[in-house]
Structure formats: C-alpha cells, structure tokens
Write a protein that binds this ligand. Structure first.
Ligand code: GDP
Length: 140
C-alpha cells in the first residue's frame, strides 16, 4: 500500500475539553504525519456542504448545529494506508461500540459528539481536503 493522505476533523466536543494534543498524540503514535492543520470555526454553509450526504438523515440538523457550536481543528494526515489506518485509530462511530484504545472509546461523549472525523475513502479524502485546504497550506 502506497503512502496516501486522509482528512481529519477534531470536533467541537474535543477542542472544548482541551483534547487536541491528546488526539494528535494518538494520530502520531499510529505513524500518521500531520502535514496540514488549522483551527477554524465552521460556518453553517460549510457544515451543511461537508455533511451533504447525510442531509436526509433525521440527525442532520443536530449534526450541523453541533459542528458549528465551537472551534474545530481540520487536518491533513499522511502515511502508509492513511485512510484505513486513521479509521482504526478513530474507532467505531458509536463510542459504545468502539474498540479499547481508540480515540472515540477514550474521548467521545456520544454517537454525535464523537470527537473526530476521518475520510472513508481515498476519493473522499481528496474532496474533503480540497474543501478546507489550499495547496500551500499542506507541507509534507
Ligand atoms: P463516521 O464516518 O464514523 O463519522 O460516521 P457517519 O459518516 O455515519 O456519520 C457522520 C457523523 O454524523 C458521525 O461522526 C456523528 O457525528 C454523526 N452521527 C452518525 N450517526 C448518528 C446518529 O445516529 N445520531 C446522531 N445524532 N448523530 C450521528
């Protein structure tokens, strides 16, 4: 498997509890390199666009309001098999179902306030990275 990139968000529940460093520690310990990172306040339009695939889901409005409720840290991660590796480090969407040692098991508050986002495919990673980053903001 070649070196690839994935897109990550440290969500408002985690930034609010000063867990940015703890999340980054788990990312780096897994061998993923943080090659782009910035702290932003997501606008409603950005959150709706980013989660557009979920717009028919009953939790869409709640998810958008959660994602805009406080600062987030958007990141580009690079490494061998980065998409799948970061999904492993994150753990299952529902923290109650996440494996021991994963970010969501250790830090998430609920199925919605689950501390992190990670792309689910290399194709989506590229789209998501381009949604939030200019090329010059990524330095590998
Ligand atoms: P992910 O790829 O593991 O982040 O999961 P999904 O793509 O299925 O969902 C996107 C995000 O929507 C999740 O990370 C949660 O923040 C939120 N979410 C997913 N399922 C639920 C749910 O059943 N209820 C609520 N309130 N939020 C959910």
């Amino acid at each position: 498997m070649a070196v690839e990139r994935t897109f990550s968000i440290i969500k408002p529940d985690a930034t609010k509890r000063n867990l940015t460093g703890a999340v980054n520690q788990k990312i780096e310990a897994a061998g993923l390199r943080i090659i782009g990172q910035k702290r932003i306040k997501m606008s409603k339009a950005q959150a709706e666009g980013f989660y557009g695939v979920h717009k028919e889901r009953p939790f869409f409005g709640s998810l958008v309001s959660f994602m805009t409720s406080g600062p987030v840290v958007v990141q580009v991660l690079q490494g061998e098999n980065a998409v799948a590796k970061y999904r492993e480090v994150m753990g299952a969407t529902d923290p109650a179902k996440a494996d021991a040692g994963t970010i969501r098991k250790e830090f998430a508050e609920s199925i919605e306030a689950n501390s992190v986002h990670g792309s689910d495919s290399a194709e989506n990673a590229k789209i998501e990275i381009e949604f939030f980053f200019k090329p010059e903001e990524i330095v590998d």
